[in-house]
Design a protein around this ligand. Structure first.
Ligand code: CP
Length: 314
């Protein structure tokens, strides 16, 4: 593994999953790999889970971590190549990333989409600049189009809690009060459509179709109730339109997950990447039910990151 930015970088996903489950059993067993190593973490947007789980993962592996909130903690960064920097930006991303690479052995970076310029977002122009200028391995802590550490943590959680060899996993769109990126559902689709022991179904209202480069022929079911029938795992998430880029086309509250929805499933375990808008996306009764794995899922963010760090530093 040279960088970790997508499912493709995971290589043999089953081997990586097995390593994560092994590391979780013995979290401090590879401290020799992280000794005298530094993990740099740069956030262009807010985070709770990614930031804290990444620091914990580095600690478990015997490494040190530093965190920089770009723009807030640092100079205001210029992204444009060839810019005449006589305005408000104070340091070019080219210099900042190259310098930060001097201060760490692996660099985790979170960027977000514009949600207004689809080409800019889906070409990953910001993240690709970081890959271009970094001189150490780079981990995506979420980019304009993907959140691979989240999907890897979701896979760990499903593997831990599955009760049968094959499982049906449903990704359902859920209402929200804001326009949100497609990164989490894109990555979830990219990962789970490849897992051999998963029957993967995506359900959303018409108009919320994801980019087919991520769904890769996965079954799309517009009838949420039909999609949920027999599900072993349900992952809920809001996203804005890909085709009508960044727009909220409708917010039907009937799509909010309630116990009535979960009653259609095979006593499914419930997943959400968090943060969640309670009683908008998902009802309290689902989030707080015994079958809800939202806290376990967030806990597994430590082990997805720790496993990736292990692979990059070993
Ligand atoms: N799921 C997730 O990435 O959470 P944060 O945005 O809080 O890091």
């Amino acid at each position: 593994m040279k960088n970790f930015t997508s499912f493709a970088d995971a290589g043999d996903y089953q081997a990586l999953l097995n390593k994560a489950l092994e590391i979780k059993q013995n979290p401090f067993g590879y401290q020799h790999i992280g000794r005298n190593k530094t993990v740099g973490l740069i956030f262009f947007n807010p985070s709770l889970r990614t930031r804290l789980s990444s620091v914990k993962a580095a600690y478990n592996l015997g490494a040190q971590a530093w965190v920089l909130n770009a723009g807030a903690d640092s100079w205001t960064l210029e992204m444009a190549d060839g810019a005449v920097m006589n305005g408000s930006t104070q340091e070019h991303i080219k210099d900042a990333i190259a310098v930060m690479s001097q201060y760490c052995d692996v660099l985790g970076v979170r960027t977000f989409p514009t949600l207004t310029d689809r080409d800019e977002d889906y070409e990953e122009r910001t993240f690709n600049k970081i890959l271009q200028y970094a001189t150490v391995p780079v981990i995506s802590l979420e980019s304009a189009t993907r959140h691979p550490l989240q999907s890897f943590a979701d896979l760990i959680t499903v593997a831990e809690f599955k009760r049968t060899e094959r499982v049906k996993v449903v990704l359902t769109w859920a209402p929200h009060v804001r326009a949100l990126p497609q990164c989490v559902p894109n990555s979830f689709a990219e990962w789970f459509s490849e897992v051999e022991w998963v029957d993967f179904v995506i359900t959303h209202p018409e108009g919320y179709e994801l980019d087919e480069r991520f769904t890769k022929g996965a079954r799309i079911e517009y009838d949420q109730r039909k999609a949920l029938e027999g599900a072993d795992f349900v992952q809920a998430k809001n996203w804005s339109s890909f085709h009508d880029y960044g727009q909220v086309l409708g917010n039907d509250p009937a799509w909010m997950l309630t116990p009535a929805h979960m009653a259609l499933t095979n006593d499914a375990k419930f997943l959400h990447c968090l943060p969640v808008r309670r009683n908008v996306e998902v009802s309290d009764a689902v989030l707080d039910a015994p079958g809800s794995l939202i806290i376990e899922e967030a806990g597994n963010r430590v082990f997805s990151m720790q496993t990736v760090l292990h692979e990059l530093l070993k």
